[in-house]
Design a protein around this ligand. Structure first.
Ligand SMILES: Cc1cc2nc3c(=O)[nH]c(=O)nc-3n(C[C@H](O)[C@H](O)[C@H](O)COP(=O)(O)OP(=O)(O)OC[C@H]3O[C@@H](n4cnc5c(N)ncnc54)[C@H](O)[C@@H]3O)c2cc1C
Length: 426
């Protein structure tokens, strides 16, 4: 059997696997099997990570939190004849059509190299520290379940261990949606802790180089989010670029210094660095240039790399009709995963029909502390409690798209029970 290999079981890769899995019999008859590779044996629902970062150990333990935000890849693919390999991709050898995986103690040498005939790359993004001196060494980040737990534990331990009136200053660098969500939620969590008797002085400061928070979003959204954060007590420092970080101090280009006890960096992402070494055309943030069929564009079009290589999700850069790069969001990755999978099926079946990716303005929801979120669907903006309800429904809808409804409901209700306690304040 020749392999169709999908790299990454995130939003895009998992969707591609499901679409290909539904055609597995047809593909098998043509001599192809489907292989999905991810370094984790679970799929992460990233929109819930900010909740994990702010759920105290008393509200939910590690296993409960893990079960509501991550879902076993093999569980999701149950019933599909898809081979799942848990392994870290360390190189893609385009010329020899081989994926190289990191050494795993129990694995045979042959298990560290996976040959492919078709390749769909969906390895996502990583935090971009922009080479700012001292930043990576001193800051926490929020990209994975473990990152979220680390933030939770750090905040908890600092506030728990602080004496009455002792200062605990939290600085969040980057006021995009992740920074804003996290600032709002930490702020609420801290007010709850104060109600429970912790008497230290805490502050949450959001710093961004742009002139507003949520740079690039429309003014109405920015105004509502700013008002909400101010109401919660968050300090907002905009038009302030971080120049360096030294133990306990964030130096800003303006000459100001923001002191911190906890520093979290949500100031940027870039395509997975595996891509850096590959001879693809690179766009902004190291993302691979793809045309509307989602084929990865080679720097040298004459390079012989065998069959077509598709790029999906955060690792690729597609421009909309106004020339703006499509934002790195789950909805784009899911749609691209479907398109790349369908084009692969058509390629193998020798059909001429090609699906094209047509970027759209995707709806979005930004939760900001407690039972409050700002949602934008087309021209409609909903903020407050109904935005928060909508966020829950979007999550249920996503779960239902990757697993049977009964299981989706069970996980969703469990999460709701945890996060309703977490979001006690309105
Ligand atoms: C905190 C946070 C909150 C977010 N909230 C939202 C939101 O509310 N709405 C929204 O639309 N988007 C949100 N996003 C963005 C969204 O998560 C991404 O756009 C989306 O995950 C992109 O999908 P993807 O398939 O490209 O990558 P991912 O979903 O990131 O998947 C990449 C996969 O590749 C695997 N992988 C990476 N490197 C390797 C390797 N070397 N070897 C093997 N496997 C590897 C990873 O384990 C992962 O499973 C959020 C992101 C974060 C970090």
């Amino acid at each position: 059997m020749k392999r169709i290999v999908i790299l990454g079981a995130g939003f895009g890769g998992l969707r591609a696997a499901i679409v290909l899995g539904k055609k597995s019999r047809e593909l098998r008859n043509k001599g192809y099997q489907i292989t999905l590779i991810d370094k984790n044996n679970y799929h992460t629902y990233t929109p819930l990570l900010y909740e994990i970062s702010t759920t105290s150990k008393e509200t939910a333990n590690y296993l409960d939190l893990k079960s509501v935000t991550t879902y076993s890849v093999e569980g999701v693919l149950l019933g599909f004849p898809i081979e799942f390999i848990q392994g870290e991709v360390i190189n893609i050898d385009l010329l020899n059509k081989k994926i190289q995986l990191a050494d795993q103690p129990a694995a045979a040498a042959s298990a560290r190299q996976v040959e492919y005939e078709y390749l769909l790359i969906a390895l996502g993004a990583e935090t971009n520290f922009f080479g700012i001196p001292g930043l990576q060494e001193n800051a926490l980040e929020l990209k994975s379940l473990n990152d979220a737990l680390k933030i939770r534990d750090t905040v908890w331990e600092m506030v728990e261990g602080a004496a009455t009136d002792e200062a605990v200053d939290i600085v969040i660098g980057g006021a995009g949606s992740t920074g804003v969500e996290l600032a709002g939620e930490i702020q609420e969590w801290i007010s709850q802790m104060r109600k429970e008797g912790h008497r230290c002085r805490t502050s949450v400061t959001l710093v961004d180089a742009a002139s507003t928070i949520l740079n690039g979003f429309e003014p109405k959204i920015i105004n509502r989010a700013t008002a909400r954060l101010k109401k919660l007590g968050t300090n907002i420092l905009t038009a302030e670029k971080v120049s360096k970080v030294e133990n306990g101090k964030v130096f800003l280009e303006s000459g100001k210094i923001a002191s911190y006890d906890i520093l979290i960096w949500t100031g940027g992402v870039k395509a997975n660095s595996i891509i850096d070494k590959l001879p693809f055309k690179k766009e902004k943030q190291g993302r691979v240039g793809v045309a509307d069929e989602l084929l990865c564009a080679l720097e040298n079009p004459d390079l012989e790399v065998g069959n077509k290589i598709y790029g999906i999700g955060d690792i690729v850069c597609v421009h909309d009709s106004r020339g703006r790069p499509v934002p790195m969001v789950a909805r784009a990755a899911i749609i691209q995963g479907t398109i790349a999978a369908k084009n692969t099926i058509n390629d193998i079946n020798g059909r001429k029909l090609r699906f094209r990716y047509n970027p759209k303005e995707y709806p979005y929801i930004i939760p900001i502390g407690g039972k409050y979120a700002i949602a934008k669907i087309g021209p409609i903006i909903i903020s407050g409690f109904f935005g928060w309800i909508l966020k829950g429904l979007v999550e249920l809808n996503y779960l239902d798209s990757i697993m049977p409804l009964q299981r989706a409901l069970k996980i969703w209700l469990k999460g709701l029970k945890i996060f309703i306690q977490n979001d006690r304040l309105g």
